[in-house]
Design a protein around this ligand. Structure first.
Ligand SMILES: NC(=O)c1ccc[n+]([C@@H]2O[C@H](COP(=O)([O-])OP(=O)(O)OC[C@H]3O[C@@H](n4cnc5c(N)ncnc54)[C@H](O)[C@@H]3O)[C@@H](O)[C@H]2O)c1
Length: 464
């Protein structure tokens, strides 16, 4: 299928819409950015007043750090407007991406309006974080649903490599293939094809790993700093680790994602992690206090300025709700193995230890890796999709199946079970077949990946 995107429309000029418009402009696509008209304005008012919402989005692009703009002049190339006066501007766009507030009824009504003005072959997509793709277009006709899909960028869109593409049941497979090719080659994205399941892949894991970590901190009496020392670079994740990451995401945003996920996954035993009374009380109390993380100046961490002008990062005591001065956590195992250069070997060494660090990491990893196995085929057919989503969306060095290979699947499986985290049955079946690892390696190179459906190794990229 020959398919190009010459002109695109981004609807919604907030955090994500602005970033996506900057990315598209940066790669040379003519881009229109529309948002709601400014409150209190009327048609015919001066464009600067009428389009103040989209204009504010452009101003944020100019000052954001790291910059979303490939070239500062790109900000002036984006054509702005509002959804009442300027909707006709989308009529000649090849791709229209909806990036408005995460409310189903708002997205549905916008889709009806786009269906009425879009050219017949335009791709129309939604950047929803987790609303069902099928529901967003359920009220529209088959022709619309044929060219509709989810395109979920991660924040910030210019910098995070992951793009989750979520075809609907009726989306034209040729269009999906053409879009994936465009996203990989023109936008430079790492595309993971997802099923239309709650929170797709990246945010499903983000929510449940995040909640498992908070629960374990509260149950085991670990401090915020201790958990971040254990879940950051030590195990191949960014320095933001766990609690710092929640501050960056926003305590309110993360907690709302968790609340939305709960009713959507009644079939998933891990849903119990979202019901932990002390963890929920912790989040509620932080919301009451307005401690929402980086955007409100304090969350699990708070920057404290000393008289000499130095800044220190104080962390929240989860019991007293006081902020404590920095205190470097000390764990024997982390001190002993922290310098091992190979991340898989380092995690394996830590996993086998006997101190508080290892107690936490064993449970954390047992949950995470067993959970990954149990989500296949529900949320993905291929193990690689789950590994790539973690690596490209959250900058983890290794995905869960890569970590599990490093631990040794046969040795760790009974340990996971003993900790209360049984793996999916296909993992034992894989071992019984004589396949000792998820990835097939030859001379140190990965040449294949185990397919639970086919029950054999398949070439990477060769489908499930
Ligand atoms: N922020 C993230 O990290 C992130 C990451 C991935 C996906 N998303 C998703 O992207 C979408 C936008 O999120 P965001 O963070 O950019 O939000 P945002 O609050 O920064 O921006 C939302 C935009 O929607 C507009 N809007 C509000 N009501 C509207 C209406 N009735 N009709 C049309 N537009 C309206 C607002 O004016 C605003 O510009 C959401 O679906 C969100 O779940 C967000």
């Amino acid at each position: 299928m020959t398919w190009t995107i010459r002109k695109a429309a981004v609807i919604g000029s907030g955090t994500m819409g602005g970033g996506i418009a900057a990315l598209l402009t940066g790669v040379g696509i003519e881009t229109v950015l529309l948002d709601i008209p400014a409150q209190g304005t009327q048609p015919g008012d001066p464009p600067r007043q009428r389009n103040a919402v989209a204009l504010a989005g452009i101003e944020r692009l100019r000052t954001a750090s790291p910059t979303p703009l490939f070239d500062p002049a790109d900000a002036d190339k984006i054509q702005i407007g509002n959804l009442e006066d300027d909707l006709a501007q989308v009529a000649d766009c090849d791709w229209i991406i909806e990036v408005v507030v995460e409310r189903l009824e708002v997205k549905q009504s916008l889709m009806s309006r786009l269906a009425a003005v879009a050219q017949p072959d335009a791709l129309i997509s939604t950047n929803t974080s987790g609303l069902p793709i099928a529901q967003i277009a359920a009220h529209l006709d088959a022709d619309f649903r044929r060219r509709f899909m989810g395109t979920h960028f991660f924040n910030p869109p210019r910098y995070l490599r992951l793009l989750e593409v979520i075809p609907g049941a009726e989306t034209d497979p040729d269009l999906v293939r053409a879009f994936v090719d465009f996203a990989e080659t023109t936008l430079g994205k790492g595309v993971v094809l997802c099923k239309d399941t709650p929170n797709f892949i990246g945010n499903r894991f983000l929510t449940l790993i995040g909640m498992q970590t908070v629960n374990a901190a509260l149950d085991g009496g670990y401090t915020v700093e201790e958990i971040d020392a254990l879940t950051g670079t030590l195990i191949g994740r960014p320095r933001s680790a766990s609690f710092r990451l929640l501050d960056i995401i926003g305590i309110d945003v993360f907690y709302q994602i968790a609340r939305n996920l709960h009713p959507a996954i009644s079939h998933d035993p891990a849903r119990a992690l979202l019901e932990h009374p002390a963890a929920n009380a912790l989040f509620e109390r932080m919301l009451e206090k307005g401690w929402l993380g980086s955007k409100s100046g304090q969350g699990f961490y708070k920057t404290v300025k000393h008289d000499a002008g130095e800044r220190a990062f104080w962390s929240l005591d989860l019991n007293t709700f006081d902020y404590l001065p920095p205190r470097k956590p000390t764990f024997d195992s982390a001190a002993r193995y922290g310098q091992i250069a190979d991340t898989g070997a380092r995690i394996k060494a830590l996993f086998g230890e006997n101190d508080r660090a290892a107690d936490f990491l064993r449970r954390h990893l047992a949950f995470y890796l067993a959970y990954a196995s149990q989500r296949i085929p529900e949320i993905a057919d291929s193990l690689v999709s789950i590994d790539n989503a973690q690596k490209w969306g959250f900058s983890h060095e290794l995905g869960p199946f890569e970590i599990w290979d490093a631990l040794g699947v046969a040795e760790s499986l009974p340990q996971f079970e003993a900790l209360g985290f049984p793996a999916a049955d296909w993992v034992s079946a894989m071992l019984d077949q004589g396949c000792a690892s998820f990835y097939q390696r030859e001379n140190g190179q990965v040449i294949g990946v185990y397919s639970p459906q086919v029950r054999a190794y398949r070439p990477i990229g060769g489908g499930s």
